[in-house]
Design a protein around this ligand. Structure first.
Ligand code: C2E
Ligand code: CA
Ligand code: CA
Length: 713
């Protein structure tokens, strides 16, 4: 608060003596000069007025008879000016006046009328008393002026404060409101006056009875009551978030002061940050955290409603290729587009989220039957699986969806998400573009898969993988053509595990790329090491899984390894399956083209079991067809299989391709194949996959005519 400043009262007061006669002035000065005041003397009315203007005069001794302007005239003029209106005047007169003129003097403000000659002692007393009185009057006047300005100051503080301020009496009635408060409540100050505070309070909820409210209670106990997240109900029907504090005023005032701080900016900012944290920036959908939260809320509600709900886990098929071949910006654009499409399939209260990458989840709330979720899944798959065009490039995407229903497939957020994820995985295994409901068996399988996956990771770390080499023999001559490298897992407890069991898992978990890099390095360096012994035409066949084939870096990796180990590319044969080729024709063509430029050979593995589209034999440049061993093992009994095998051999001849028969176990099979002019064989008749030592000891040329199945083992 401002300090009040009173003019120093210790200053000497000024006594003004007005007389036209010089000798009177000298006498007065001598008479009064030793008093508790300063004496000023002037010899005319005009000079008196001038002095009064310049100085604060406490008392005027005024001669009545003066030429030009007499004392009465001076007094009248003094009374006309606000500055001198209340300055006391004592008239001095040498002649006796009529009662009338004396009264006239009093009427214009004289406080005394003294006749000359007078008793100086009495005059000095009078002067002292009058000056004292005048000093008090002056102080009072100053005080009241300062009070006025003080009041105006306080009012302007309240008027201009941006916080809302209310004074509330002990009955909860508003006694004072500042303009900011009125503005916050969207009304006028007058609207608030005498209304009840509780009628504006939306939150915290208060009892209807004021005396039960926290405001009253705190006031009674002399405490300040604070609420950081209160909400006011405004006069226009809206709501305003505020922070409140309500403090008691001094006891005798029986009231409290409430200050309200507008929090709408802060809480908007808060809401904005909150929403950023749960939103996926790319698509504007919920992100993982947002989905978790929504699912949690839904779970807490559904217990009461008894309705069902389902969590859908959707993974795009083929998105990675889009990303790899068209770039991330294009990938982002596709994801945004897909998000928009997915939205159109759902009801407004269903929740859609992007969990990251090309994975989306949906929460279908209040379903009548689980089948409703299946219908949505079908719709989603259908919607995603269309041809897209971006920058002139056409491509197709697909979607695999897993569904987990509450409560059968999980009662918690994590449980439901895990189940839906597993079911999605099943859908992918089943050949993509499908949906699967989660089932308990899936759970069991998933668990053992999880264990297997875990031990695979350790196997990679501990180098528990080895390669074995299966010889490939030229049928006509019995000469060693090369080896196919086959992967073995030497499990420390379970013994050797066949790749049929773990390769698919390595594929799914993408661990294949790590193991694959190791296989390539191992195989290529081995083939090079064998050169002195088997010559520069020995071939090494490497299996390349569909995932590996889809890797954009495949060719680059092979080139680097061939360079590093100084192996001719033509000594390397890459075995790919038909399904790897059929993934995406454009990418396949590109990949094959690059392999070809690198100079490695390309073989189709398990030929005849897959799509066996003759078209790709025409489209792609290949070197070798490997007839699947199922046909070989049946061909001597089944005429159909025999027909297929001989047809493939013929096809090979016509297209100039080498044909390898896999899984040859008997001499009869060998002889049949030789009779049908098959070029190469591979199988237990000669050898299974051999550990390095045995493979190194393998003869480059077999005694083929006298060959017996147990020849080597
Ligand atoms: P695949 O490429 O068709 O390999 C031939 C499979 O047939 C091998 O099984 C081999 O041991 C087996 N086999 C060879 N001769 C005979 C025979 O006369 N009779 C019978 N019954 N079987 C014979 P394996 O080693 O268990 O490999 C299974 C599959 O695992 C392979 O099929 C291949 O697709 C995959 N694989 C093996 N090694 C690798 C690898 O290093 N990388 C990748 N990506 N896949 C591999
Ligand atoms: Ca193979
Ligand atoms: Ca094969």
């Amino acid at each position: 608060m401002r300090q009040m400043h009173l003019e120093s009262v210790n200053d000497q007061q000024v006594l003004l003596v007005v007389d036209d006669r010089e000798e009177n002035l000298v006498a007065m000065e001598a008479l009064l000069g030793d008093g508790d005041w300063d004496v000023r003397t002037v010899n005319s009315g005009e000079d008196a007025l001038r002095c009064l203007m310049d100085e604060d005069v406490g008392l005027v001794l005024l001669d009545v008879q003066m030429p030009r302007m007499d004392g009465f005239e001076v007094a009248r003029l003094m009374r006309g000016s606000p500055h001198t209106r209340y300055t006391p005047i004592i008239f001095l007169s040498a002649i006796a006046h009529t009662e009338e003129s004396v009264l006239q003097g009093y009427a214009i403000g004289a406080v005394d009328f003294i006749l000359k000659p007078f008793d100086p002692k009495v005059l000095k007393h009078k002067i002292g008393a009058l000056l004292e009185q005048e000093r008090h009057r002056h102080e009072l006047q100053q005080l009241s002026q300062q009070l006025d300005s003080e009041r105006a100051f306080n009012a302007s503080v309240l008027d201009n404060a941006s916080e809302g301020i209310l004074v509330i009496d002990q009955d909860g009635v508003i006694r004072f409101a500042n303009p900011a408060m009125a503005q916050m409540l969207r009304g006028e100050v007058a609207d608030l006056q005498d209304s009840r505070l509780l009628s504006y309070l939306k939150r915290p909820e208060m009892p209807g009875d004021w005396r039960e409210s926290e405001f009253y209670r705190s006031w009674r106990s002399g405490q300040t009551y604070r609420v950081h997240d209160a909400v006011l109900a405004t006069l226009d029907g809206g709501y305003l978030p505020v922070a409140l504090s309500c403090s008691p005023l001094p006891q005798y005032q029986n009231s409290m002061v409430l200050i309200a701080l507008d929090m709408s900016v802060v809480s908007n900012l808060h809401a904005q940050l909150e929403s950023q944290a749960i939103t996926d920036a790319l698509t504007g959908l919920y992100n993982r955290r947002g989905f978790h939260q929504s699912l949690e809320t839904a779970l807490s509600r559904i217990d009461r409603s008894g309705k069902r709900m389902a969590v859908l886990y959707l993974d795009l098929d083929g998105f990675k290729r889009v990303n790899d071949s068209l770039g991330h910006a294009a990938g982002d654009q596709v994801l945004r587009q897909i998000a928009e499409q997915l939205k159109t399939c759902l009801r407004p209260y269903d929740i859609l989220a992007r969990m990251g990458g090309d994975e989306f989840t949906a929460l279908l709330d209040s379903l009548d039957h689980p089948e409703d979720a299946a219908r949505v899944a079908e719709k989603l798959i259908e919607l995603v699986s269309v041809r897209y065009e971006l920058d002139g490039v056409e491509f197709t995407l697909g979607a695999s969806i897993g569904i987990a229903c509450y409560p059968e497939c999980g009662q918690t957020v994590d449980g439901l998400l895990r189940s839906a994820d597993m079911a999605m995985y099943e859908a992918k295994r089943a050949g993509r573009q499908q949906y699967r409901f989660f089932s308990p068996e899936m759970n069991g399988r998933a668990r053992s898969r999880l264990m297997l996956e875990e031990s695979l990771r350790t196997a990679i770390e501990q180098d528990d993988f080895v390669l074995v080499y299966q010889p490939q023999i030229d049928l006509a001559s019995g000469r060693l053509r090369g080896f196919e490298a086959l992967l073995r897992w030497e499990h420390r407890v379970a013994g050797t595990i066949s790749p049929g069991v773990f390769i698919p898992l390595l594929e799914e978990t993408r661990l294949i790329n790590r193991v694959g890099a190791w296989i390539f390095n191992q195989g290529i360096s081995q083939c090079r090491a064998w050169q002195t012994q088997f010559g520069e035409n020995l071939l090494l066949s490497l299996n390349v899984s569909p995932v590996q084939f889809g890797m954009p870096k495949l060719v680059e990796d092979l080139r680097r390894l061939l360079d590093m180990h100084q192996l001719k590319p033509s000594q390397l044969e890459v075995e790919v399956t038909e399904s790897a080729l059929m993934q995406d024709l454009d990418t396949t063509r590109e990949q094959l083209q690059q392999l070809r430029e690198l100079g490695v050979r390309i073989a189709i593995d398990d030929f005849g079991t897959g799509y066996s589209s003759l078209a790709y034999l025409r489209h792609f440049e290949l070197d070798t067809l490997k007839i699947d061993r199922l046909f070989i093992s049946n061909m001597l009994e089944s005429r159909k299989d025999a027909a297929i095998v001989s047809t493939i051999i013929d096809l090979g001849h016509h297209l100039g391709l080498e044909v390898i028969a896999e899984g040859v176990e008997t001499l009869e099979q060998r002889d049949w194949l030789m009779a049908h002019r098959c070029t190469t064989m591979q199988g237990f008749l000669v050898a299974p996959g051999l550990p390095l030592e045995q493979a190194s000891a393998f003869p480059a040329q077999l005694d083929w005519a006298n060959w017996r199945p147990d020849k080597l083992f």
